[in-house]
Ligand binder design. Structure first.
Ligand SMILES: Nc1ncnc2c1ncn2[C@@H]1O[C@H](COP(=O)(O)OP(=O)(O)OP(=O)(O)O)[C@@H](O)[C@H]1O
Length: 703
């Protein structure tokens, strides 16, 4: 079978065919699906344009152990929703020489489960945790191609661009959040001889289950409207779900709702219960207050009938709706955002933070550097000064941006976050500026207003701004100066009013010197630059720990056993507060019933990492005294700091100076190649024979 099918007549008709997209053909050899063939053809074209080779060994280097830990921590929420669904999916395909794979939004495999024998074969082509399966790394493949096309994708046998992957058949579905952002990809990969046409349907249904769990979790404190044109489908995977704010605005939707209503996420968010179904929040509260209430029949403005069923937390919801109806905007703009009252809180996935205060106040746990940052920001709040937040991954840059928004006069307007690093270069422009229907061959769905317009009136948070392709920086600068956006393929411009907050872990000045970042854009974005300290530099570790523990376990005060405290203080925390938060969240669950967190409640991974940190410090510092970090606070009386006991031996491979120096050499080689290529990553990747992604990844995690 040829891996490259000629395009169907009519040529480039690949996207917008979501429902028909990449569905498996009855027999792979004789029946063809034109949309599928066209998608594969376009993917192969992209791979050829990237200079990928079909026969060379693909980039098999997985993320380093701690990088994988960080990637997993960043995606812990995705994993916790996906894990039970993956188990269930695996039950369905057991003994079929297959595996179930979960990746993040960049295509990096976070977790996999599968038949042992097949897992071994898959590992040989790096189909294993830590490996990246983006198209630019592995060529045409179901995960990478699904990430680009944003539709369920089947890639079978020699449809894979690289010969090494021809033994595989892979069915992948993107997992989207209620705002339409890609969270990751669920995939079933197996031996191509074990291909079964039902696999794709199973994967799509499973992805939908994860999305629905995510939505329910995001909006558990707001009204959720379950809908379908056929009453018997309410409560099934086929139902649509809408999240409704107390003022009746639609703030979130699952895929089923978008499909049934025939609206894009952005279009739906312009609607309210009234404009959509001619009903109101109070009508639904009255009707569905009783658990025995039956679904209600409504009609859309164009006369299509639907059955709807509302769920909400009674009686919290009714008191909230009353408050929403009686309060003025001025009085609500600084209300407690933990209540489900402000639309912008609902529209964006909630960030889990300790419940002490809201807005900027919640960040104050006693660290002087953080206090200085907050003080500076308060002075420029509401002054139309763009803020640039610097800091390592997981230091709380996005949390700070949300807090600034919450404390600003724009708090009732949208907060829209765009992660420039997780969107492929080719899509950032469309994602930010929007596009008209059919604007370009890569255009998906029915046009899009773009993130800048979505943020109109509110705050646009450009995360990882250092990853914005240089070609696009001039476009962004123009928009920021003129405050007008012209969607791709359109001649009409839209006036926008947005507050800009950017964040990066990179050194933008160095990037300017290397001509990778425009100086004029830098000065436009940098009205005020603040740097969030790494966790290891902070003096408030204990206060932060206690606040997170109190939040995780409000009924039962938890504390750390002395040796755990000791481990925490020794740890380098490469994942910063995100890592701390995740470690404590797991520990609080593990400690159910106990009031003290002991080593037994910590994951082995973390203990290893912390011990390695100990070993590194012990090596760097004088052997006799081995002081705690100069900035470490004194332990509370209940948890005395013990003299540092010798740590349990770290795993051989981690402690080995040879392993570490090899890593250093690799990094050094990458740095040199990038320098010699004048900062041109594509050129450096060719010289080194590794993908651009790998270079970005390795440099990113090391910087
Ligand atoms: N001060 C804090 N108190 C409690 N939790 C925090 C704090 N700062 C960060 N966190 C936790 O850490 C997680 C990561 O924070 P955030 O996403 O803001 O970091 P970031 O610097 O933007 O990360 P990245 O650079 O990887 O995007 C948050 O979800 C939150 O749970």
């Amino acid at each position: 079978m040829s891996g490259y099918y000629p395009p169907a007549s009519g040529g480039r008709q690949r996207r917008g065919l979501e429902s028909a997209a990449r569905t498996a053909t009855a027999t792979r050899s004789n029946s063809r699906n034109p949309a599928h063939e066209s998608a594969i053809e376009h993917s192969h074209e992209r791979c050829a344009a990237l200079g990928l080779s079909r026969i060379e060994r693909p980039d098999h280097s997985p993320l380093g152990r701690s990088d994988l830990t960080v990637a997993r921590e960043r995606n812990l929420r995705l994993y916790s929703h996906a894990a039970p669904v993956m188990e269930m999916l695996f039950e369905q395909i057991i003994n079929s020489e297959s595996m179930v794979v979960l990746t993040d939004a960049t295509g990096t495999i976070l977790h996999s489960i599968g038949d042992d024998e097949f897992l071994g074969r898959a590992a040989k082509v790096a189909l294993a945790p830590g490996a990246n399966w983006s198209e630019s790394s592995k060529g045409t493949n179901a995960v990478g191609t699904a990430l680009i096309d944003e539709v369920p994708t089947l890639v079978h046998a020699d449809e894979h661009f690289m010969h090494a992957n021809h033994f595989l058949t892979c069915s992948a579905a993107p997992i989207l959040d209620p705002r339409g952002n890609i969270l990751g990809v669920l995939d079933v990969s197996g031996d191509q001889r074990s291909y079964h046409q039902h696999t794709m349907a199973l994967v799509k249904m499973s992805a939908r289950m994860i999305e629905n769990h995510w939505l329910t979790d995001d909006y558990r404190n707001v009204m959720r409207l379950h809908l379908h044109s056929r009453v018997e489908f309410i409560g099934t995977l086929m139902e649509g779900i809408l999240a409704v704010a107390p003022d009746g605005k639609i703030v979130g939707a699952n895929r089923g709702a978008l499909e049934q209503l025939g609206l894009s996420g952005a279009a739906l968010r312009m609607h309210s219960l009234g404009s959509l179904f001619g009903t109101s929040v109070s009508t639904l509260v009255d009707r569905f207050r009783s658990p025995l209430a039956l679904p209600m029949q409504v009609e859309t403005s164009d006369g299509r009938p639907f059955h709807i069923y509302a769920r909400f937390n009674w009686p919290v919801w009714t008191s909230v709706t009353e408050a929403a109806h009686t309060s003025t905007p001025a009085s609500t703009s600084h209300t407690d955002n933990s209540k489900p009252i402000l639309p912008e809180t609902l529209a964006a996935p909630p960030v889990s933070v300790p419940a002490a205060g809201t807005g900027l106040k919640q960040l104050l746990t006693g660290d002087a550097q953080v206090e200085t940052v907050v003080g500076k920001i308060r002075r420029v709040l509401n002054r139309d000064i763009p803020i640039l937040v610097l800091g390592e991954t997981g230091t709380g840059k996005e949390l700070l941006a949300r807090a600034i928004h919450q404390d600003s006069e724009r708090a009732r307007q949208p907060f829209v976050a765009v992660n420039c690093a997780s969107i492929p270069d080719t899509l950032i422009e469309a994602e930010l500026f929007g596009y008209e229907e059919g604007a370009f061959t890569g255009a998906r769905r029915k046009g899009s207003v773009g993130k800048i317009v979505q943020a109109n009136g509110g705050t646009l948070f450009l995360d990882e701004i250092g990853d914005m392709p240089i070609g696009l920086q001039a476009h962004l600068l123009r928009v920021l100066q003129e405050r007008q956006v012209t969607p791709l393929g359109s001649t009409k411009s839209v006036t926008v009013d947005v507050a800009i907050i950017c964040a990066t872990h990179r050194n933008l000045r160095e990037m300017i010197a290397a001509q990778q970042f425009r100086e004029d854009l830098y000065y436009r974005l940098n009205g005020l630059a603040v740097r969030l300290p790494a966790l290891r530099e902070r003096t408030d570790l204990l206060a932060l720990v206690q606040r997170i523990l109190d939040q995780q376990s409000p009924q039962r005060r938890l504390s750390l056993a002395p040796d755990v405290l000791h481990l925490f203080q020794s740890c380098d925390w490469p994942g910063n507060v995100r890592q701390l938060f995740n470690v404590l969240r797991t520990a609080a669950v593990m400690a159910a019933g106990d009031s003290v967190i002991t080593r037994d409640h910590l994951s082995d991974d973390f203990i290893d990492d912390a011990q390695r940190g100990w070993a590194r410090r012990a090596h760097a510092e004088t052997p006799a005294a081995v002081p705690m970090s100069a900035t470490a606070p004194a332990a509370p009386p209940t948890a005395p700091v013990l003299p540092l006991a010798p740590p349990a031996p770290a795993p051989a491979e981690a402690a080995s100076p040879v392993a570490r120096s090899l890593q250093d050499l690799e990094l050094e080689a990458i740095r040199q190649a990038v320098e010699q290529a004048g900062g041109n990553i594509s050129e450096a990747s060719k010289r080194l024979g590794i993908s651009r992604n790998t270079i970005y990844r390795k440099l990113r995690w090391q910087s």
